[in-house]
Design a protein around this ligand. Sequence first.
Ligand code: CP
Length: 316
Amino acid sequence: MSAHPQLDSQGRLQHLLTIDGLPASIITQILDTAQHFKETGADSKKLPLLAGKSVFNLFFEPSTRTRTTFEIAAKRLSADVINLNVAASSQSKGETLLDTVDNLSAMSADMFVVRHAESGAAHMIARHVAAGIHVVNAGDGRHAHPTQALLDMFTIRHFKGSFQNLRVAIIGDVLHSRVARSQIHALTTLKVPEVRVIAPKTLIPKDVENMGVHVYHDMQKGLKDVDVVMALRLQNERMNGALLPSREEFFKYYGLTPEKLAVARSDAIVMHPGPMNRGVEIDSAVADGPQSVILSQVTFGIFVRMAVMAILAENT
Ligand code: CP
């Protein structure tokens, strides 16, 4: 493995662990490959690109969208898909994560798709597995959710044509959000001219400006003339202590309502990674409204995850 934990010595993708440091050329390769799958009707026919390969889904945290779309994507590429039932696995008897991985590797695993509450879990597995086994991070703690950011970039490019001349605003719980961190790295790597984050001071990471974003605490100012609005889920499960007065107060000042959205460009798109807290970070009138592309994000996630797995398999 090269100094970069997810690329080999020739700069080819071996694992997808983070967007941080991922070259723009590889992000574009993934988006273009996903576009090819979308255009060639890969949603209706099986492709043989992962035939004979076994993909293990290891989800140690709940998931609806990511786990299911990885499974659909792997099956469309003709892989055998094994979903480890974590609650019924030997983890409950004290088996370590790496022992679990070793035992599944002994069953001829070719790829692990991993979601874990601990930041760095996917990196740890990637360092541990034998050459030729690929690891995809499906969300680790607060750290990264690379395929979510990639499907978000695919969605932006689909609706806006390119990343040039865009103003993008990310709203809400940036502090606890692996999605926001990965989105910011993707947007800045793709040279989006203006990336804003809008949140109360308590939900903004220290030194976030060093990531190349502009910070706003006021929705009226932060949403003014933006082309893309990305709402985040309030991560109640990762919140220690009283970072917010109440969910009602959060909605009053930072909930995305039609009135607040009205200062964005009239053709602005509204995105949310899901799951949504309706009436907390987003009003149903916006979530289900004409500017929402939230369900398109989910569909595009299948093509993007197919692309990631196909590129990894090709690089074996
Ligand atoms: N966006 C996302 O990661 O959703 P799930 O938790 O349902 O996978």
